[in-house]
Ligand binder design. Structure first.
Ligand code: ZN
Length: 247
């Protein structure tokens, strides 16, 4: 209704962080999380996971003690911009308004900050044979097919909601997918998560000693990805994909 009312700018203030706020976040072009100094807000924010939701942060009542400490804390958790304002005096409002209006629109899938399942990679002997099930019986459409020569696979992508099923067929014997199938049979090969703050996630994984199977690199679709060995994930080959909406 607000959209249809023809206004240039609609500000929605929510009361906190819960499911209804996430619904609003999905509809929003840009999300500002407003905190106050000295209220222990940063701890609450961390607990609620809203650091990941925000496109930018606002420290209001910045004339109160603790504003600079709060800003420092935020900078240690996030690379998103932080603005200090004193709403009652109009301090900092112009800069904040400019940032809100110039922020890039978020894609619907990137409820920013939350990891989403980008796709499930399934190893098959024959994509054509597998499509008889996934396309014809389950009813998933085929968005595209391609051959990724350097990975020795034929790929078919079948969108399923905000995620996709990725069918993988080896182009020749003794390659990754061919070996997987000869060892374990057809089936789920990997899970791919699209993550915010990709670089930070990689840094955390490295620090914890996780076994990365490649350096972050660009895949066929231009996305940056890295694979993590099942030994480091509890038995699942995990592909992390950089959310391109993120800085
Ligand atoms: Zn994949």
């Amino acid at each position: 209704m607000l959209d249809a009312s023809g206004r240039d700018v609609v500000l929605v203030e929510t009361v906190g962080v819960g499911q209804s706020e996430l619904d609003i976040a999905r509809a929003a072009r840009v999300i500002a999380v407003v905190l106050m100094p000295g209220a222990g807000d940063e701890v609450q924010a961390l607990k609620a996971g809203i650091l990941e939701i925000a496109d930018l942060f606002v420290i209001n009542k910045a004339d109160h003690p603790g504003a600079s400490e709060l800003e420092r804390d935020l900078h240690s958790y996030t690379e998103r911009p932080v603005f200090q304002t004193v709403a009652t005096d109009g301090i900092g409002i112009a800069a904040l308004a400019e940032a809100l209006l110039s922020a890039p629109a978020r894609p619907a899938h990137a409820l920013s900050g939350h990891a989403t399942i980008d796709h499930l990679g399934i190893a098959v002997n024959s994509i054509d044979a597998a499509l008889a099930f996934w396309e014809k019986q389950v009813g998933l459409p085929v968005a595209h097919r391609q051959t990724v020569a350097h990975e020795h696979v034929h790929v078919a992508m079948l969108p399923a909601g905000e995620s996709r099923v990725e069918l993988l067929e080896a182009t020749e014997p003794e390659t990754t997918i061919a070996k997987f199938i000869s060892k374990r049979g057809e089936g789920l090969h990997h899970v791919a998560l699209r993550v915010p703050d990709f670089d930070a996630a990689i840094a955390r994984l490295r620090a914890s000693g996780a076994r990365l199977l490649n350096e972050p690199q660009q895949g066929a679709g231009g996305h940056t990805y890295v694979f993590i060995h099942p030994a480091s994930t509890g038995g699942v080959l995990l592909e992390l994909i950089k959310d391109e909406h993120q800085p």
